[in-house]
Design a protein around this ligand. Structure first.
Ligand SMILES: Nc1ncnc2c1ncn2[C@@H]1O[C@H](COP(=O)(O)OP(=O)(O)O)[C@@H](O)[C@H]1O
Ligand SMILES: [Mg+2]
Length: 502
């Protein structure tokens, strides 16, 4: 994962990240408030060595011995014997192990001062315990030093040098715990986001598509209610916020193979329901509206839908032409888009793949492409071979994948099948992008570029008729790695204006 990926992931999941971070902070803060209070007091003792002489050398030697003795007494402070003495002296209601756990000790380097700390539930108890522990340590040390001869005066002793002050509060510290909670919450949030991303098998972004299929995304079509209707679906001027996406697909198609523009285009997808017919029909209309003569063929002989989409009655169609029952001229139906003619599927035959791979089909496409751009709405690639058969002899294929529905593996498989049949993939259309996440689909969480939003608000576009030469869509040559800017769903773009612009 690159830094850029990380930034994108963060932007895509900003809300969840912030939410979980705050929850972490709040939980830690809340839990800390319920924790018992802890106070800490300290007391010190001077480790004295009885010197035999009064010379400077003697006192230096005594001091040095005292320092090393102080170090060696350290374990004594937290010993069971000292704890028992301290409990006997103070009457604290705790076991020796508990008391030993509440006590700590330290000696600064080369120092003869032994410092003891003790914690307790009240300032007073911590103070009493610290005092008791230093005294108990002194007694215990004396006992050890005089173990051989109890009547002898100890050479080394610990003299408590100051009595402890009431302890200061060290816990709970809700602010610090809250901060730690925030950090932990953030860590957990990122972990969840990463795991979710790793487990997510569905196609979500333009980057996913380019990585899996090595094809470029020609456009991202949002999910709209206009494209959800059955009859008249995809009429130019009634595309709402999907208008821009289709302009873009049209424009980007021009950039794919400028020297050898595709005249016959198969539209297919991995599975049923990803929007092949919708994209095929709308693209045909958009191309027709821009002045090209288009024939759209319902080559999905198994589940034909284009007669309904174009709202025409077409009982005689492709299957009749392919079986030689009628000439093609008889099945070219006029549609509501003057430049677009439709060949419906005709009666569903028992052997669609065979018909679509027949010489008659080759000849039909070859003949129609002399005067028209031919768009073929094909069945999906994974369940049946029809689309592969068509792709084998048509100029190019558009793959339609549905954002958040098509599995990554299916997209990869579809692209592999296309290369196996020698089909040329012109590009991918990402369909059914959730409207508010189109930016995330395009940029993997980057939102809209300022360029696109600027474009979406152009006044001139709204009002004046725009010549075809004034290409209004952001013209971005499609190519791997080149993200296709998708215009912000432009509510300001009036449908009439959109129509004129075409
Ligand atoms: N961008 C879109 N927004 C809203 N509905 C859509 C969109 N694309 C497709 N649909 C709907 O999804 C369903 C399946 O689309 P269709 O084009 O028939 O898929 P396919 O031909 O791949 O089986 C249709 O009801 C269609 O209206
Ligand atoms: Mg279909």
């Amino acid at each position: 994962m690159t830094l850029l990926d990380f930034v994108r992931l963060t932007r895509a999941h900003l809300l969840s990240l912030v939410f979980l971070t705050l929850v972490g902070g709040a939980v830690a803060y809340g839990l800390t408030l319920r924790m018992p209070e802890v106070y800490l007091a300290d007391a010190s003792g001077y480790v004295r060595v009885a010197g035999s002489g009064t010379s400077t050398g003697d006192s230096l030697a005594a001091n040095s011995l005292g320092g090393s003795k102080a170090d060696s007494y350290l374990p004594l402070v937290t010993s069971r014997a000292v704890a028992e003495r301290a409990i006997a002296a103070t009457g604290i209601d705790a076991s020796p192990a508990e008391v030993a756990g509440r006590v700590g000790a330290s000696v600064a380097a080369n120092s003869v001062i032994l410092k003891v700390t003790a914690t307790g539930p009240t300032p007073e108890e911590s103070r009493v315990l610290a005092d008791a522990v230093i005294k108990a340590t002194a007694e215990e040390a004396n006992a050890i030093e005089t173990a051989a001869d109890p009547s002898a005066k100890p050479i080394v002793s610990i003299v408590p040098i100051e009595s402890a002050l009431p302890g200061g509060k060290i816990a709970p510290n809700p602010k610090r715990s809250g901060l730690i909670g925030l950090v932990v919450g953030l860590g957990v949030a990122y972990a969840l986001v990463f795991v979710r991303r790793q487990l997510d098998t569905r196609l979500r972004t333009v980057g996913d598509v380019e990585e899996l299929t090595a094809a470029s995304v020609l456009g991202v079509v949002p999910q709209t209610k206009e494209l959800g209707v059955v009859r008249g679906r995809g009429r130019v001027g009634q595309l709402g916020i999907a208008t821009e996406a289709f302009r873009q697909i049209r424009t980007n198609l021009r950039f794919v193979g400028v020297d050898d523009p595709a005249r016959s285009i198969v539209v297919t997808s991995a599975n049923a329901g990803e929007g092949k017919s919708t994209v095929a029909a709308t693209l045909a209309r958009v191309l027709g509206a821009s002045g090209q003569s288009v024939v759209i063929i319902d080559a999905d002989l198994r589940r034909p839908t284009l007669a309904k989409v174009f709202d025409v009655v077409g009982t005689v169609g492709l299957s009749h032409v392919l079986t030689g029952q009628v000439p093609v001229e008889d099945v070219l139906l006029e549609t509501d888009e003057p430049n677009v003619r439709l060949v419906t599927s005709g009666r569903t035959p028992p052997n669609p793949s065979e018909l679509l791979g027949s010489v008659r089909m080759h000849e039909l496409v070859a003949r129609l492409t002399e005067d028209h751009v031919v768009i073929l709405d094909a069945p999906p690639l994974l369940p049946v071979t029809d689309a592969g058969v068509l792709a084998g002899f048509c100029d190019g294929t558009l793959l339609v994948f549905a954002v958040g529905r098509t599995h990554k593996e299916q997209a990869r498989l579809a692209a592999r099948m296309m290369s196996q049949v020698g089909g040329r993939v012109l590009g991918v259309v990402l369909n059914l992008a959730p409207q508010r996440k189109v930016g995330g689909v395009v940029y993997g969480g980057y939102g809209y570029s300022s360029y696109s939003s600027d474009y979406a608000s152009r006044k001139a576009y709204d009002t004046a008729p725009v010549a075809e030469s004034d290409v209004v869509e952001p013209v971005v040559p499609a190519g791997p790695g080149v993200p296709v800017p998708v215009a912000k769903p432009a509510s300001k773009v009036r449908r009439t204006a959109a129509r004129k612009a075409d």
